[in-house]
Design a protein around this ligand. Structure first.
Ligand code: SAH
Length: 342
């Protein structure tokens, strides 16, 4: 089966050339408004012939948890019964959707629940677009855009699903669809250096975030297997290339883990590593997922950030939302498929 949301409007015009032209636009609108065949005004004969070949709504809501702070965590079911997460964050300045790019993940970061059961498969561009549609429609009128920002910070490694993510970026910014500005999209990677170079050349105006989480390769290797492939120096060099091409500030995510990466010495190392790079550091407190790694306290996190600021590094502690509803990467899915949260 093929998925309609994998196609841009122009591609739908070609695909549906046997039908009247406005039918392609009707299908495209149905994708954006998260409608299935029965909710469209397509003739029954057309539905009957398309249905056996194309899925119109590849994503359904399976479960929603709502946090005290209004954050909504979705567990979504794909057409092949796989589950993915998506988070809707309510903010004063506009709402943000946190999107997954893969079912599971194969990066193996020690602190991350998304990778616990490995990688099942990539999401297609259309499945990612339809995830946005479904969550958008659940938070207001389906004909409105009920969010302003998207962060690719859900489950999966976006650059391990490079082609589909690039195609999705084209679909989500398309003026016929959600028409979201590239500037309102952030993509987070654990640092696949070859892909950073490749992506830089495409000149998308999005914010690139890198999960650094350590100030030297030795520590990074202990918590992030990708550090065996690429060194921190190689990442920084690639980011300098990225900023030279895009003129955008890059963001480092730095998750504080007790006794591993949270000393003032680490803050100093972080300052010297990032010197000369147009960047901001987002300090996160570990959301413990039952493993041996423990969280640094929030007050220690503020002290760490103060130290960075004293050293003239732009850094803030990231606001934590939805921690009462399995807010961190992959936690809800992991609990559900491992039987703890049915
Ligand atoms: N694979 C990409 C996208 C994941 S984004 C990446 O590595 O960047 C999710 C962010 O949350 C990453 O910075 C990730 O390292 C971080 N993260 C994952 N599990 C976490 C946890 N238990 N506590 C705090 N941050 C976590």
């Amino acid at each position: 089966m093929k998925i309609f949301s994998d196609y841009s409007l122009n591609e739908l015009y070609d695909l549906l050339a046997d039908y009247k032209k406005f039918r392609a636009k009707q299908i495209f609108d149905a994708i954006i408004q998260a409608k299935d065949y029965e909710q469209t005004n397509l003739p029954k004969s057309m539905i009957d012939s398309l249905k056996s070949e194309y899925i119109l709504k590849p994503v359904e809501i399976f479960k929603v948890l709502t946090s005290k702070d209004g954050t909504k965590k979705y567990l979504l079911k794909l057409h092949d019964d796989n589950l993915v997460e998506c988070v809707f964050l309510k903010q004063n300045y506009g709402n943000t959707i946190c999107l997954s790019t893969q079912v599971g993940c194969r990066m193996g970061c020690k602190f991350c629940a998304s990778t616990q059961n490995g990688l099942i498969r990539n999401l297609s561009a259309g499945e990612m677009l339809s995830t946005i549609s479904v969550v958008n429609a659940d938070n207001g009128k389906c004909t409105d855009r009920n969010f302003t920002n998207i962060v690719l910070m859900g489950s999966g490694e976006p650059f391990d699903n490079y082609d589909n993510v690039v195609k999705w970026l084209e679909l989500i910014t398309d003026e016929n669809g959600f028409h979201i500005s590239e500037r309102n999209i952030s993509l987070s990677t654990c640092g696949l250096v070859d892909k950073i170079y490749q992506f830089a050349d495409l000149k998308f105006n999005i914010t690139l975030c890198v999960s650094l989480h350590a100030t030297n390769d030795e520590t990074r290797k202990k918590i992030m297997p990708i550090a065996n492939r690429y060194s921190i120096d190689e990442i920084i060099k690639a980011l300098k290339y990225y900023t030279s091409k895009n003129n955008r500030r890059v963001v480092f995510e730095y998750c504080l883990i007790k006794g591993i990466n949270d000393s003032f010495e680490n803050a100093k190392e972080l300052a010297s590593l990032t010197k000369g790079l147009n960047c901001h550091i987002n300090v996160i407190c570990l959301n413990p997922n039952g493993g041996p790694l423990k969280a640094t306290t929030r007050s220690e996190a503020y002290a760490f950030v103060n130290k960075l600021n004293e050293l003239s590094v732009s850094a803030t502690v990231r606001r934590s939302q939805g921690s009462d509803i399995e807010g961190a990467c992959g936690m809800l899915r992991a609990k559900t498929i491992n039987g703890g949260n049915k």
